[in-house]
Design a protein around this ligand. Structure first.
Ligand SMILES: CC(C)(COP(=O)(O)OP(=O)(O)OC[C@H]1O[C@@H](n2cnc3c(N)ncnc32)[C@H](O)[C@@H]1OP(=O)(O)O)[C@@H](O)C(=O)NCCC(=O)NCCS
Length: 432
């Protein structure tokens, strides 16, 4: 079944990730580049791959380093890989790792490369803090001044308001709306209750805690020894709350609409640090190099809508296209992994899947259908596990394929909503 084009099947051979840790905690001293390097090194070592087989490395990141914006190249310049590995960085907000995977897969389907590494990394502990235009202008003038008096004169232009730093906001540049405000809006439009959001968050934590305790989630996670002393080791996600309860969740105050809102710190994904990556190969390469793939990319699709409408609803437009390209339906899916940016978004996306109106907007006469909750995010999702923007897409692919194998399932669907009103869906398949 070769739907990606040119008759070449693209295999996902292996995948691994760092633990995901809440921003400002265990990984606060590790840059996204170093998280990416640690993850790729682990992938190469776990798969016993010779670095010289790797021809391309594609990485996603959402808030890049100003001094090293091509994170992919910085990651590729590691001792385990030859310097000739081509490497490029992609950005599609929270679907950036998905973009990295599909770009690398396209290169393989086109026959340009046979073996590639794709994934993403994010350090929300290390976001660049910018100077105001007034401060920056004064610094430039001072650096150009030829005399000490000229330098002092340039710097004397700085006013107290110029010293206020500018931090990147998780807001839409086109509308000014934050992600959280968008989730609030979607909850209201789709009539998603606070109770349903908190129940979904509780489910996410309970399932992620169970998946951690029984080792299913642990299998995709590498241990990270924390620099600079390397004395402590992080082996699991630190945002999962095994002991959270509906009572605790329902007591939290809304964050983004304090008076009438329903989105809280408990039913939103937390700001997170982490990296995740996968090894991709053409089917021929897996045979030639002797690898047993986890599965294959059967199809994928991206979609977008007006960010001023329902910012995180575009997976509803992407999923039917990916399913149609796979020539499959929701009923064929053994498992579904849906990125949980907010409980309100997950529940809105699920409603959208059942809606004829949304189906029509995607160009279909029938809705995607009702998702069987026993197949959805069976080891929790981003609300509990965390969400390093640039890495999540790769985490979801690996979680899905590992669990499909455990259940001896054949097909899995993953969806990711992203800033800018964008959405992603992919169907993966396993040979049984
Ligand atoms: C929602 C958000 C603002 C909360 O940030 P925060 O206030 O730093 O969150 P915290 O983890 O400190 O939680 C706040 C409180 O809720 C409590 N809490 C959070 N989750 C909880 C849970 N599951 N159970 C019980 N209590 C919980 C915390 O213990 C904390 O309590 P405290 O104030 O008594 O210490 C932040 O996580 C955010 O911006 N998330 C959205 C990110 C986003 O937009 N992503 C894009 C998606 S595509």
């Amino acid at each position: 079944m070769p739907p990606l084009g040119n008759g070449r099947r693209v295999a996902i051979v292996a995948g691994v990730r760092t633990p995901f840790t809440k921003a400002g905690t265990a990984f606060k001293s590790i840059s996204a580049i170093d998280l990416g390097k640690l993850c790729v090194a682990e992938l190469i070592q776990r798969t016993d791959l010779s670095g010289k087989e790797v021809e391309a490395l594609v990485f996603g990141t959402v808030i890049p380093s100003v001094v090293a914006p091509n994170i992919a190249r910085e990651v590729a310049l590691m001792p385990l890989l030859p310097k000739g590995v081509q490497a490029f960085t992609v950005s599609r907000a929270c679907a950036s790792a998905n973009q990295a995977i599909t770009d690398a897969a396209d290169q393989i389907a086109l026959g340009h490369v046979k073996v590639a590494i794709a994934g993403g990394a994010e350090s929300l502990s290390n976001v660049p803090i910018l100077h105001s235009a007034g401060f920056a202008e004064a610094l430039v003038l001072a650096s150009k001044a030829k005399t000490l008096t000229g330098r002092v004169k340039a710097l004397s232009r700085i006013r107290p308001r110029d010293l206020v730093p500018i931090t990147p906001a998780i807001a839409e540049p086109s509308t000014g709306e934050t992600m959280g405000q968008s989730a609030e809006k979607m909850a209201k439009i789709n009539q998603i209750s606070r109770e349903d959001q908190d129940q979904l968050a509780l489910r996410s934590h309970r399932l992620a805690a169970a998946g951690t305790a029984d080792g299913r989630l642990a299998r995709e996670i590498m241990p990270v020894y924390v620099p600079p002393r390397f004395e402590s080791v992080v082996t699991s996600d630190n945002g999962i709350r095994a002991d959270t309860s509906y009572e605790q969740l329902s007591a939290l105050k809304p964050v983004f609409d304090r008076r009438y809102g329903s989105v809280t710190a408990g039913n939103a994904s937390p700001l997170t640090d982490g990296a995740a990556c996968v090894l991709l190969m053409s089917e021929e390469a897996t045979i030639a190099l002797g690898y047993e793939p986890m599965g294959y990319i059967r199809s994928y699709a991206y979609a977008a809508l007006d960010p001023g409408e329902q910012l995180l609803q575009a997976p509803v437009l992407a999923a039917p296209v990916a399913l149609a390209r796979a020539r499959l339906t929701l009923d064929d899916m053994d498992l579904i992994e849906m990125h949980e940016a907010f409980a309100a978004q997950v529940l809105s996306n699920l409603r959208g899947f059942e809606s004829k109106e949304w189906a029509a907007r995607a160009g279909f006469s029938k809705p995607v259908g009702e998702v069987d909750l026993s197949r959805l995010n069976v080891m929790g999702g981003s609300i509990a596990i965390g969400h390093p923007f640039g890495a999540t897409g790769s985490r979801i692919a690996v979680t899905l394929l590992n669990e499909l194998a455990r259940r001896d399932g054949q097909f899995g669907l993953m969806t990711v909503c992203a800033a800018g009103g964008m959405g992603f869906a992919m169907v993966v398949e396993r040979d049984q």
